[in-house]
Structure formats: structure tokens, C-alpha cells
Write a protein that binds this ligand. Sequence first.
Ligand SMILES: N[C@@H](CCC(=O)N[C@@H](CS)C(=O)NCC(=O)O)C(=O)O
Length: 225
Amino acid sequence: MNSPELTVYTYDWLPEFPRGFVRDFRVRWAAEEVGRPYHIATVPSHPRSDAHRAMQPFAQVPMITDGDLTLFESGAIVLHLAEGSPLLPAAKRSEVTQWVIAALNSVEPRIGSWMTAQLAKSMPQIFGPPAPAELEAHLMTGMQGRLSALEGLMADREWITDDFSAADILLVDVLRPAQNEGALEGFPALTAYVERATARPAFQRAMKDHMAHWAAADAARQSSN
Ligand SMILES: N[C@@H](CCC(=O)N[C@@H](CS)C(=O)NCC(=O)O)C(=O)O
């Protein structure tokens, strides 16, 4: 039986700094891992449209349509794509779901808050006023607490639950911005975990297409100017 058509929604254009980390990437990665072909559709990044809000109430990305189904929230989308595949094995379903939620609910906010403080130093117009030193130290301690716990777990495992799963897609994608900012230095097991995951052919294909999207968006913008 043929699968229904899958469409992944992302922004029509974004500046350089978030490219490689926009959350449509984790959806592309999951689609590549399970062998689901997909189309890309775009919504304007500025100004956000009512059509966008109708699909994603907070006017963020990503969203998908899969046949008649429309979904937002990257974790829900990755779990949906993982359904019936080795990314969500029946025997590990609850454990994989637990780690998907832990990645998004316990780890991503700590990394995100620290990242925002870093980005505010060079782009206060977007990320708000730079954090006072005490707050920055507090955010760093909060993030490192989560990283230390994960470092201990990953020291003697290849993937977070036995085989590579949806949980690894979310956890690694949440860790990547920290790695990019040098925050995984001193966490060798996490560094090796991210390197193992990002060497996967599905990751590489997804990243190539993700970056090609922004290059095409630049070209379209230039030709319309
Ligand atoms: N919890 C959401 C977060 C989505 C999110 O933060 N998307 C970013 C792009 S990576 C966005 O659209 N940011 C613009 C905004 O928040 O207005 C998910 O995982 O899908």
C-alpha cells in the first residue's frame, strides 16, 4: 500500500544564524531514517500569516501534512513518522516516548535558555538584552546539570535506548546547538554520541537538503530584488 503524501512545512527564508538548526531539520531526519519521501512547503517568516497560525497556533515551524492529517510540534511529528518503524519498536515504545519527552521538556529548555543568553550578546535586537553575568552563570550551571546526567548515561551505551530510535533523533538534535557553541567540551561521551548520530547517512541527506533549501531561498530573494 502506498503511503499518503507527506509535506513538511518550514519558513520561506531565514538569516544565516539558525540554518542547520531550524526544527524542520529533525523532521527531515526522521523522514530519511524511515524512508518516507516528502515535499517541502513554506510559510512566510515575516510577517506570519493567518494560514500559518491555522496550522500552528504559535506560528512556529515545523508542521506536516500527511494525507488528511495536519500536525505541529516536532516531537509529535517525529513520533508520528516513527510509528510502525524501528525508530519506535513496540517493545520499547514507552521508553522511547519517555526519552523524546525528556529531550524536549527537560534538556532542550536548559540548552535553549543558555543559547539565548549567548546569542543575545551579538544579536540583542532579536534575543533581548544580554544576561547579567550572574544570570549567565546560573543558566550555564542549569545546562551543565542536564549534560552531566546524560554524560553519565551515555558513557556505556551507544544509543539512549538500545537501538537507534526516535529518542536519539530528538536528543541529538537538542544537543547539537550546544555542541556548536562548544558547550559539550568536557563531555566526551556526549560528543561521541552526537558524532555517531550525525555520521548517519539519513542525517547527512537531511542536512544537505535542509541547507539547499536556504540556499534556494537566498537565490529566490535575490532574483526578486
Ligand atoms: N516546541 C516547538 C518549537 C518550535 C520552534 O521553536 N520553532 C522555531 C524554529 S526552529 C520557530 O518557529 N521560532 C519562531 C518563533 O518562535 O516565533 C517544536 O518543537 O516544534
